[in-house]
Design a protein around this ligand. Structure first.
Ligand code: ADP
Ligand code: AMP
Length: 214
């Protein structure tokens, strides 16, 4: 089963992906995580992507789409794929359709995590991440045992440079103008389910599990 997690920034896609990959024996492909790893490792892709990411803009499609194929082609055939943060506009969605078809694969479900804007702002402003592993915390809703330190690896947690108020406003604008049209795109294909993301992580996960049973 191949799944897309759709939703505005801060909706909880990464948080739910962490649970879902265990449940489904799936591989998570998060374009945001891939870009952040490249930035951390000072790669040429990281340097290019950073210019866009820190301003809250989308990284150009030509830098993004091929990354997804590289990651997808490494996944063993029997595993499910969980796309987190991709696609983010119609061009990417159409490229995904075409590329999946070429590989004799398909997207089975698109989980749209719906969260109001005031909740998003509160979530993003308290988010802390481990850039090496992509693990996500929140200073209030999901704090680490020791402040600023990852429970699992002991590494330092950081606040993302694009989690500033200015970049978040821009990212929400990009979501509203370019990404939210994908709700309709996948609804028309009959594979969209919408989940209330303003509940606790466990409650959100329960809704997702139920929607996958249908
Ligand atoms: P996304 O991947 O959609 O940008 P994240 O999974 O990184 O979102 O979540 C954004 C922030 O909100 C993180 O700090 C995370 O710990 C927190 N968070 C995620 N889901 C919930 C929830 N259901 N309730 C409260 N906080 C949450
Ligand atoms: P995320 O971790 O999903 O919040 O993504 C962080 C940032 O990475 C976004 O604001 C974009 O700048 C960039 N990014 C992630 N995924 C994509 C994508 N599919 N297309 C373009 N840019 C992306």
């Amino acid at each position: 089963m191949n799944i897309i997690l759709l939703g505005p920034p801060g909706a909880g896609k990464g948080t739910q992906a962490e649970r879902l990959i265990k449940q489904l024996n799936a591989v998570q492909i998060s374009t945001g995580d891939i870009f952040r790893t490249n930035i951390k490792n000072n790669t040429p892709l990281g340097a290019k992507a950073k210019e866009y990411i820190n301003k809250g803009q989308l990284v150009p499609d030509e830098l993004t789409i091929d990354l997804v194929w590289d990651a997808l082609d490494k996944v063993e055939d029997e595993k499910s794929v969980l796309l987190d943060g991709f696609p983010r506009n119609i061009t990417q969605a159409e490229a995904l359709d075409e590329g999946m078809q070429k590989r004799d694969k398909k997207i089975d479900k698109v989980i749209n995590i719906n969260v109001p804007e005031d909740v998003i702002i509160e979530r993003i402003s308290g988010r802390r991440v481990n850039v090496s592993t992509g693990k996500v915390y929140h200073i209030k809703f999901n704090p680490p045992k020791v402040e600023g330190i990852d429970d699992e690896t002991g590494e330092k947690l950081i606040q993302r440079e694009d989690d500033t108020e200015k970049a978040v406003k821009q990212r929400l604008d990009v979501y509203n103008k370019q990404t939210s049209v994908l709700i309709d795109y996948y609804d028309k294909k009959g594979i969209l389910v919408t989940i209330d993301g303003a509940k606790t992580p466990d409650e959100v996960f329960d809704q997702i599990k139920k929607s996958l049973e249908k």
